[in-house]
Design a protein around this ligand. Structure first.
Ligand code: NAD
Length: 472
């Protein structure tokens, strides 16, 4: 439904540059209507036995599998991922639904005690839903990121308002249609489109009890402040600048292949992507040369065409922003080992393409060394020792993920112990926690205290209520 009179925002197929949808930029009044529907549905939904709530998710899981190829196509067409990348993201989407299906077991309060304090006084704890939960998500994983929250919220007995990225609105609309086909009662799930106004209205609304946000760090910080100021529970996941350390003892073949994938898959638009490769000691020159050779092998093109290994970035604005960052760093004298600014795709002349780009000899004193690019731009920052790599890491305020490639257990242990980021890979380029583990960063990459998915998801979306009994 298009909210009355809302301004429309163009949404593209990034591979062709065509406008394929127009997203209504919902206003506060539209948010009010969605929250009112969610609020009205809450009492009935929280009283619905958890097994019945979980059964709806089982059914939803089936729908996602049945419509897998259709959903993959929507993600590719509206976001630009290659088909392989879109399939991977749909798989992760489904895995989150699977974990949430275990709600009847994972929601058990789990503890109680008799004779607490004095005889005849017993105590036990149960988990209860919070109420209306807002889920606000970015453009880069438009199917998966909302599902890092929504299934946990729903199975726990909450109702939800999802606000997907206005840049990539189509997939959540289809996903919501599939969920509603699973006999989800009206009002339990609501989708509002839009941008800042809708987000701020959700943060301010007195009937929204919790806010889950994923996006860039400045917006994550602002949303966290606004939502918590309004007395809500909030978890706000921000941007990233992930370091990948390469020790001289490593098998470079395996390491550089894995790191190149981390840099360039999804055209670098992943919060767990490598941003800065840090070769330690004499491995630098060979690591750089291999990285350049691998990067030159990516086949840039329309993600919907089988065989494409790197798709476009999400919009023309994103392309201009990324190229602008490359321009500034190149003008500041940072050596370019590979320049993707002029890359073109012959049969997609209007697509938003940036080719793989590699800067070498980067220090933490330049913009490209510390700021998130969120595009296919690799930064190489050579250091002499592992200790120097930690010094560099501490100068980067974001701390989402970090990885080390080494054959030394001692170096791996040291890295895991001291990394500022809480998602750490050892010989893994993208240390993405599976859906049954907690997900989230630290410092400027995460504002809040309870992470996403797995058991942490159930913690975030429930209140632990303790009752103390005395029957005389
Ligand atoms: P974004 O911050 O521009 O937008 C995210 C959401 O916030 C969208 O729904 C958008 O409509 C809304 N929004 C935008 N500006 C706003 C404002 N001023 N006030 C209130 N709401 C606003 O992010 P994006 O460009 O869509 O996504 C890319 C960013 O997301 C990158 O920084 C990336 O690292 C980050 N990200 C982080 C994670 C993580 O888990 N930490 C995961 C995916 C993406």
């Amino acid at each position: 439904m298009r909210p009355g009179g809302a301004e429309l925002f163009d949404s593209y197929n990034p591979a062709t540059g065509e406008v394929i949808a127009r997203t209504p930029l919902s206003r506060a009044s539209d948010v009010d209507a969605a929250v009112a529907a969610a609020r009205a549905a809450f009492e009935g939904w929280r009283e619905t036995p958890v097994v019945q709530r979980a059964r709806i998710l089982f059914h939803f899981h089936q729908k996602l599998e049945q419509h897998f190829d259709e959903l993959v196509r929507i993600v590719t067409t509206n976001q630009g991922k290659t088909l392989a990348e879109a399939r991977g993201s749909l798989q992760r989407t489904i895995e989150n639904v699977e974990v949430a299906c275990a709600g009847p077991s994972l929601l058990m309060g789990g503890y109680g005690l008799e004779n607490v304090g004095s005889r005849g006084v017993d105590s036990h704890v149960v988990r209860q839903p919070l109420g209306v939960c807002a889920i606000i998500t970015p453009f880069n994983f438009p199917a998966m990121v909302p599902m890092m929250f929504l299934p946990y919220a729903l199975v726990s007995g909450n109702t939800a308002v999802v606000k997907p990225s206005e840049q990539v609105p189509l997939i959540q609309r289809r996903v919501a249609e599939l969920l509603l086909e699973c006999d989800l009662p009206p009002g339990v799930l609501n989708v509002v489109n839009g941008g800042r106004e809708a987000v701020e209205a959700l943060c301010d609304h007195p009937d929204v009890r919790a806010v889950s946000f994923v996006g860039s760090s400045p917006v994550a910080r602002a949303v966290y402040r606004r939502a918590t100021h309004a007395g809500k529970r909030a978890q706000c996941f921000g941007g990233a600048k992930n370091l990948v350390v390469v020790m001289p003892d490593v098998n470079l073949d395996d390491a550089i292949r894995s790191i190149a994938e981390s840099f360039f898959v999804c055209a670098g638009q992943r919060c767990l992507a490598a941003s800065v490769m840090v070769p330690v000691g004499e491995v630098h020159a060979e690591a750089r040369d291999r990285m350049v050779a691998l990067a030159q092998g990516y086949r840039l093109g329309d993600g919907a065409v089988e065989g494409t290994t790197m798709g476009p970035v999400v919009t023309g604005l994103a392309r201009d922003r990324i190229v602008g960052m490359i321009d500034r760093s190149a003008s500041a004298g940072v050596p370019l080992a590979l320049d993707g600014r002029t890359a073109r795709v012959a049969d997609r002349p209007d697509g938003f393409f940036v080719g793989p780009t590699i800067f070498d000899e980067v220090s933490a004193d330049v913009e490209i060394g510390t700021e998130e690019v969120f595009g296919p731009v690799a930064v190489i920052a050579p250091v002499k020792t592992l200790e120097d790599a930690f010094t560099l890491m501490h100068r980067i305020p974001k701390a989402n993920a970090a990885a080390i490639f080494t054959s030394s257990g001692k170096a791996a242990r040291e890295f895991s112990h001291r990394a500022t980021a809480p998602m750490v890979g050892v010989n893994i380029g993208v240390p993405a926690p599976m859906a049954y583990f907690p997900f989230g960063g630290a410092r400027e990459s995460f504002f809040g205290d309870t992470k996403a998915h797995g058991r942490a998801g159930f913690d975030f979306f429930t209140e632990q209520k303790q009752t103390i009994y005395r029957w005389t």
